[in-house]
Design a protein around this ligand. Sequence first.
Ligand code: ADP
Ligand code: MG
Length: 224
Amino acid sequence: MSTVILKNIKKEFKGSTVFDSVNLTARSGKVIAIKGKSGVGKSTLLNIIAGLEYSSAGHYYFNNINMSEKNFNDLTSIRGESIGYISQHSPMIPKLSAFENICVPLWFKKEEKKIMNTKLKRIDKLSELFEVQSQLSKKIEMLSGGEIQRVGVIRSLINNPQLVVADEPTGALDDETALKVLSCFHTLKAEGVTIILATHSGIVAEQCDEVYHLTKDGLFLETV
Ligand SMILES: Nc1ncnc2c1ncn2[C@@H]1O[C@H](COP(=O)(O)OP(=O)(O)O)[C@@H](O)[C@H]1O
Ligand SMILES: [Mg+2]
């Protein structure tokens, strides 16, 4: 279970307001899309939700934790425990295999052997779901863009996050592959995972449970 509650979030850079009065309540088990024109602040808002940056005003509660009051070290550990972050171009280590790249988040945890076995099972399950089993042992530089993106999604899920924040996760993918990623997100909902993504694509937004429009003056639920 996870909840994301944004209350009157405002972001400014050097005195200039990007957006203001952003409110959102997102409970477990939903795929939520945030649309909005380029430059309106989608990435900035997702960074705030992922605990990668602070809002300038307002409050952000993740699972009842007031994230606005946590220091950056705390945010980093909350992220490591509970939040998966995916961007349009998942940064990978090209000389390492897909499997090794997926395991990078585990470097920061002292995993016991028993836990490691559980992780291996999870990688197995996710790579089947995302159809990249046969690519796991290949170096990242040998994979296609779509495969790399799916490997990035698996990497963000390796620590069983309750919340996945995805910044245009399908931006570099063709429609068919994008829909495959979306259908995987829906599968994750069964685990109680909340997914919040930014997208430009109408096709992607159509597949989401709720679609919001970000403007300078707030976040508005789109009626279908
Ligand atoms: N670190 C930063 N410093 C100054 N301005 C920034 C910074 N990050 C983003 N911005 C500005 O905030 C606005 C929103 O950017 P962004 O969140 O990337 O929008 P979107 O993802 O919707 O295209 C843009 O005008 C951008 O230039
Ligand atoms: Mg962006």
